[in-house]
Design a protein around this ligand. Structure first.
Ligand code: GCU
Length: 600
């Protein structure tokens, strides 16, 4: 894009001002893993401007052109240091009440010092999550724009970084993408996950994938490594993998930036009952540069496959005893932390569960790390939610990029066992094509995990029938009999009518109850009705031969601007626990008793 400032007049008339920015997108191709020579946090107080009409990008404030060509001062509209201060990471909606429903552009800025510590050092910014279209500028240079509200992205700053730097970031909601505007959760805005400064050697490990080969024998490990050299060139050199507890140390030649190896080993298998993680160290020495890079991580080895109507973990049939969770917290919105993640898993344990559906978008990367450590199975999903513009190529590119960023971030996590390509989409030809391509992309990036999606029941035929099912390894199904459709008798008929040839996971059922609301089992919004609904649901689930897992909707009540009646008050009340994340409802014990009744 031309980084020449326009004039006051040109900024007013340039309707297509965004086009130059979109020529430089920050995608999964630019993603750099979180290791290298060091990570520094850029979290903290940033200055923040409420930019209703995206003027910051229209008028190119990042150029800081405060004078005309003759050096005379201009009446600029920005004032970085005079702005309010906001916490990064956080959701601006919760920073102060006037911003609760703000959906324009948020302009974030701060200064920071950067001094290279070693010869040839490269530097990258890594954002763990920012909603939704995020443009990044450093010292007056435009670095690129990222689309997507829940996946990480990177921008290299080696060429423009100085000792003293000013970063400007503009985050703005999109209503025509992935997801679209109409969603059943609160659209929080801003830089709501960590911002990191990565330092790497000139040639470094850009990505790696270490896993058990899913051949049913549990004795072959595969590793793919990708290394990058300066100027975006593929690196040449040698990687070395060390797994001390397996007594392994192996060289992997890297040619044209890639190296792969398979080797025999008999690792102790990871599972919810035995979340065994191995310390691994992956080094890379580029032949051109004297420097070397090292990645240190903990990896679990396990196999998750499908055989007939069964889901197999390490060759044994497993029932996914789960529940859905949103990344929504009454105080912090979509911003989360380790304590919140651990508390969520503690509630899952109280339900005697072993599995969580992370709805409806990629959750914070720490969730899968902690699930690896604690032994929780995860369904991880991209927000191809409801009525997406399935016929728009730009929307597909956006969805595929978010899927790639999710898979590249988490495919080394044993806890992630299912990739989901979407939720509750109408069975149209355009949707079938769009989501079939997405499922194929997921398999191309990771052939070791089953692919699923939350499909709808065919309500005319009263059967589990969705053309996308042929492209899935596990059929996810959402149904709300006993709630949105009061005629619960349809559910057993659907189970009878359906003859799936592969496992079905009931990935949503439930109903709303306001915590403390009591009445008869027929009174809407009461805990009594919710509990009775759960009793009837688990009776059907328990008797169905092809349902191999379930994740009722949902663990916690969550903010939802579509929910306006006196019981909801802008919350979706289907939680088994109130939005306070403490107060359990009657149905909580119904679900817990059901899971305790199942064999481990
Ligand atoms: C849908 C959807 C959820 C929504 C829920 C509800 O199935 O997948 O995102 O919140 O039902 O209506 O409460």
């Amino acid at each position: 894009m031309s980084e020449k400032a326009g004039t006051h007049i040109s900024h007013i008339h340039d309707a297509d001002y965004e086009a130059p920015y979109l020529e430089k997108m920050l995608t999964s191709a630019a993603l750099v893993n979180e290791t290298g020579w060091g990570l520094e946090s850029l979290n903290g107080k940033w200055n923040f401007g409420v930019d209703w009409y995206d003027t910051s990008r229209r008028a190119k404030w990042f150029l800081e052109e405060g004078r005309d060509p003759g050096g005379r001062p201009l009446p600029v509209d920005w004032d970085w240091e005079a702005w309010e201060r906001i916490c990064v990471p956080s959701c601006w909606n919760l920073a102060r009440k006037e911003l609760r429903y703000f959906e324009g552009s948020g302009v974030y800025t701060r200064t920071f010092r950067y001094l290279p510590e070693r010869e040839g050092e490269r530097a990258f910014l890594r954002f763990e999550g920012s909603s939704y279209r995020t443009s990044v500028f450093l010292n007056g240079s435009y670095l690129g724009t990222h689309d997507g509200a829940s996946t990480p992205f990177c921008a290299e700053i080696s060429a423009v970084a100085k000792a003293d730097n000013r970063i400007v970031v503009v985050a703005r909601r999109r209503v025509d993408r992935v997801p679209m505007e109409n969603i059943d959760w609160f659209n929080y805005g801003g830089i709501y996950r960590d911002v990191l400064l990565l330092r790497t050697p000139p040639a470094f490990i850009k990505d790696w994938f270490l896993r058990l080969v899913p051949d049913g024998k549990f004795q072959t490990i595969a590793l793919d490594v990708e290394a990058a050299a300066p100027g975006g060139l593929p690196a040449e050199g040698e990687a070395r993998l060390r797994i001390p507890d397996l007594g392994m140390e192996l060289p992997i030649p890297v040619r044209k930036g890639k190296g792969s190896i398979r080797f025999s080993a008999r690792p102790e298998l990871w599972s919810p009952g035995n979340p065994r993680l191995y310390e691994i160290e992956l080094g890379f020495a580029g032949s051109a540069a004297a420097s070397s890079d090292t990645v240190s991580e903990r990896v679990g080895f396990r196999e998750i496959t499908v055989r007939g109507r069964d889901i197999l973990l390490n060759g044994k049939p497993i029932f996914l005893k789960g529940i859905c969770v949103h990344e929504d917290h009454i105080e912090t919105g979509k911003t989360t932390d380790e304590a919140t993640i651990r508390a969520t898993i503690a509630h899952l344990r109280e339900l005697n569960g072993n599995y969580l559906r992370l709805a409806h978008y990629p959750h914070d990367g720490r969730f899968a790390r902690i699930a690896d450590e604690l032994g929780v199975l995860l369904w991880s999903e991209v927000p191809v939610y409801w009525a997406i513009a399935f016929d728009n190529p730009a929307t597909y590119a956006d969805a595929e990029n978010q899927l790639a960023e999710l898979v590249l971030r988490d495919r080394n996590r044993a806890s992630v066992v299912i990739w989901s390509v979407g939720n509750e989409n109408d069975d149209t030809d355009a949707r079938l094509s769009f989501m079939s391509r997405l499922a194929a992309k997921a398999r191309e990036l990771d052939g070791t995990r089953p692919i699923s999606a939350a499909c709808l029941i065919n309500h005319e035929k009263l059967a589990i029938e969705d053309r996308l099912a042929d492209q899935l390894d596990i059929i996810g199904v959402n149904e709300y009999y006993g709630w949105y459709d009061p005629d619960f008798s349809k559910l057993p008929r659907i189970i009878e009518n359906s003859k799936p040839s592969k496992p079905v996971v009931l990935c949503e059922f439930g109903g709303d109850a306001r915590s403390g609301e009591r009445g008869s089992v027929d009174d809407l919004w009461t805990e009594d009705k919710q509990a009775r609904l759960y009793e009837k649901q688990v009776e059907v689930i328990g008797a169905c031969p092809y349902i191999k897992g379930t994740s009722p909707w949902i663990l916690y009540d969550f903010r939802c601007p579509r929910r306006l009646n006196r019981y909801q008050e802008l919350f979706n009340r289907k939680g088994l626990v109130d939005a306070d994340r403490k107060t359990k409802k009657l149905a909580f014990s119904v679900m817990g008793d059901f899971y305790r009744s199942l064999p481990d």
